[in-house]
Design a protein around this ligand. Structure first.
Ligand SMILES: C[S@@+](CC[C@H](N)C(=O)[O-])C[C@H]1O[C@@H](n2cnc3c(N)ncnc32)[C@H](O)[C@@H]1O
Length: 208
């Protein structure tokens, strides 16, 4: 059985340096993408794999947000960002996305940024099932994720980066997230590149 241990240990270890490691990507690319995750969302929102809280400044004003993460040390850093959020409240909990400790249909929406690219393929169906379970029927589940480039140049560049990305973040460019969504019988409401041939914003709808 695939274990969460490697991710837990990795993120506990890199938490103190995570924001520094990620700084060029955050300011070069991610910061402009994050607001798109939360457009039109309101009410109770789950941020799965909240990490050091890079999404906090982009939560919708007045929303009630719960951020979960496997790593308490990443969460401790997210807690420092609370003041940057305009949400009505931001609760942060240690939790595994494949076994969410929330009642069924207890959120209006869920978001996850760069979580599925670090989740082993074997864990992805369970993570998707749990997100769909806790979001109200018809509610959006939005994922911002790296995908395997199709173009030769992008693919070559991503292959150069792959060993570093795998070592530092446990991330891969070739996770089968969209295939897992379809195999789980879930509807992909939309899927579009937000960075050409590299990063997609995928929206899944919890079955009504
Ligand atoms: C690449 S980081 C992304 C963090 C944040 N979402 C962002 O956009 O900056 C992935 C995060 O997912 C968390 N994570 C990995 N496996 C998890 C799991 N099974 N359940 C919850 N969180 C998990 C890690 O601890 C880490 O904080």
């Amino acid at each position: 059985m695939t274990s969460h241990r490697p991710n837990f240990e990795r993120y506990q270890r890199i938490a103190p340096f995570y924001d520094l490691l990620d700084l060029p990507f955050e300011y070069g690319r991610y910061r402009a993408l994050r607001p798109q995750l939360f457009v039109g969302l309101s009410g109770r929102i789950l941020d799965a794999g909240v990490g050091t809280g890079r999404n906090l400044p982009f939560y919708p004003p007045g929303a009630v947000v719960v951020g979960i993460d496997l790593s308490p040390t990443m969460l401790a850093r997210a807690a420092r960002r609370r003041a940057s959020s305009r949400a009505a409240s931001v609760d942060l909990c240690v939790m595994d996305v494949t076994r969410l400790d929330f009642p069924t249909a207890s959120f209006d929406a869920a978001a996850a940024t760069f979580l599925f690219c670090v989740l082993a393929d074997e864990l992805q169906p369970a993570a998707l099932r749990e997100l769909v379970r806790v979001v109200k029927p018809g509610g959006p589940i939005r994922l911002l994720e790296y995908v395997r480039p199709r173009g030769a140049v992008r693919r070559f560049i991503s292959q150069l980066w792959a060993p570093w990305i795998a070592w530092a973040y446990g991330a891969r460019f070739d996770r089968r997230t969209e295939a897992h969504i379809r195999e789980a019988g879930l509807a992909i409401a939309s899927s579009r590149y937000v960075v050409p041939d590299l990063i997609k914003l995928i929206e899944v709808r919890a079955a009504p």
